[in-house]
Design a protein around this ligand. Structure first.
Ligand code: FES
Ligand SMILES: [Fe+2]
Length: 441
């Protein structure tokens, strides 16, 4: 871990209506973000459907540190640092698997129960009379604070900090918007994610998720191609799902403004709080019948009518309620960010719903799609363009009003750049904290 850089004044770099390019380019700032921001925030880990049985586990890196999510014997779940208490080997290396009733380290075979406690060590007698069991080593795997909301698991690397509900609770209704679309009130991960390393700073990607006014420019060719194909279709043909997904990318700026936005404390936001490019998808009658059977007509109408475009639980995950999909943001380096796109299957829903989610992810989020590569090209050029001389500032001025940050939450137009300014307000709060996070004991 790097020491805090006393030469950086984050207040000077992040002004209310613009930010300095160094926040996207500086390796020193990236290193400090790992500690001060990603080390303290509640970060998305995974979904409980990925570890359904005791002994099931999945692994990932959080802020560069390997961790394990495991379903314990009592069916609770735990998150541990993936680090053997003996000499530091990672306990498991696979992305996911089943470990039975214990973890066994591949180096010298120390074993751990699913609650992380030490089960057995070889040549046990050699530790008689030593301090091994009384110190950190004897405590076994180090647990990380974790919590879930309706199956979506988050963890906080710091030993202390705000509770999950207090820090992220304002966004729970946005997670409801995804899960309530399941007639059973439950969703599960559908297969493996699309993984894509984008050549840009993680904040460039996260801002883009709230960037209404790039869609009809950057993705003009995709929406126009869809429009052209559809205009040539014979009369009476049902609009294919793919056309239905692509055409709204050409929506005009008036529509984008009316979509609405909502910002919350801690950098969270909802883009498309009134409506979105997903609002006009044609109905799936079998699905709606299943929903009405589960929830009744009135509540079904209410659930299906709220279709926010992107709901960000800052700084690591963006939810789309319809189609049911999430994007997870994992910074790898100052100019490299891993994006994982996970599709969710509503339990007991007709297949057409999952088909739409998978089609959306393939057309829009896959690196081989006709949408994502438009963005990726621009992200890469931003990292290069920002290095030019003359103007070190990135503009966030659109619809700025002095004092807007005083309100903990506010509703606004979908094109107001407050959706990005709000992310930087949280960024500055995290980064300005006196010290890096308290290291786990
Ligand atoms: S490092 Fe794990 S048992 Fe030695
Ligand atoms: Fe885009």
């Amino acid at each position: 871990m790097s020491p805090p850089d006393q030469t950086q004044s984050f207040d000077a770099l992040v002004q209310p209506d613009r930010v300095h390019r160094d926040v996207y380019l500086s390796e020193s700032i990236f290193a400090q973000e790992q500690e001060r921001l990603f080390g303290k925030a509640w970060l998305y880990v995974g979904h409980l459907s990925q570890v359904p049985r005791p002994g099931d586990y999945m692994t990932l890196d959080l802020a560069g540190q390997p961790v394990i999510l495991v379903r314990a014997t009592d069916e609770s779940f735990r998150v541990f640092f993936n680090r053997c208490a003996h000499k530091g080997s990672m306990i498991v290396s696979e992305r996911a698997g089943h470990t039975g009733r214990a973890f066994r380290c591949p180096y010298h075979s120390w074993t751990y129960r699913l609650d992380g406690t030490l089960l057995a060590v070889p040549a046990q007698g050699g530790y008689d009379g030593t301090q091994m069991r009384a110190c950190e080593t004897g405590r076994g795997l180090t647990e990380i604070a974790s919590a879930h909301y309706r199956g979506f698991v988050f963890a906080r690397l710091a030993a202390s900090g705000p509770a999950f509900d207090a820090h992220c609770g304002a966004m729970f209704h946005a997670i409801d918007a995804l899960v309530d679309r399941s007639p059973s009130g439950e969703v599960e991960v559908a297969g493996l994610p699309l993984r894509n390393i984008v050549p840009c700073n993680w904040k460039v990607y996260l801002e883009n998720i709230n960037d209404a006014m790039h869609a009809n420019v950057t993705h003009e060719s995709a929406s126009m191609a869809a429009e052209r194909v559809w205009s040539q279709a014979p009369a009476g043909v049902k609009k294919p799902m793919g056309i239905e997904i692509l055409m709204p990318f050409g929506s005009d700026n008036d529509f984008l403004a009316r979509m609405g936005g909502q910002v919350y404390a801690n950098g969270h936001s909802i883009f498309g709080s009134n409506m979105s490019i997903h609002s006009c998808y044609s109905s799936l009658p079998d699905y709606e019948t299943a929903m009405e059977k589960a929830y009744g007509e009135e509540r079904t109408k209410h659930i299906l009518s709220w279709v926010p475009q992107n709901s960000i639980v800052y700084p690591s995950v963006a939810f789309k309620s319809a189609p049911q999909t999430i994007r997870v943001i994992r910074p790898l380096a100052v100019d490299r960010t891993l994006i994982e796109v996970w599709a969710f299957r509503p339990k007991n829903a007709p297949d057409a719903l999952l088909e739409r989610t998978l089609l959306y992810n393939r057309i829009v989020f896959s690196p081989m799609s006709i949408v994502a590569h438009d963005d990726i090209h621009v992200f890469e050029t931003i990292q290069k363009g920002l290095r030019t001389s003359g103007n070190p500032w990135v503009s966030l001025h659109r619809d700025y009003v002095a004092g807007e940050g005083d309100a903990p939450s506010m509703t606004t137009s979908g094109t107001n750049e407050i959706l990005m300014r709000n992310q930087f307000r949280a960024w500055r709060q995290y980064m300005a904290a006196e010290n890096a996070y308290a290291v786990q004991a």
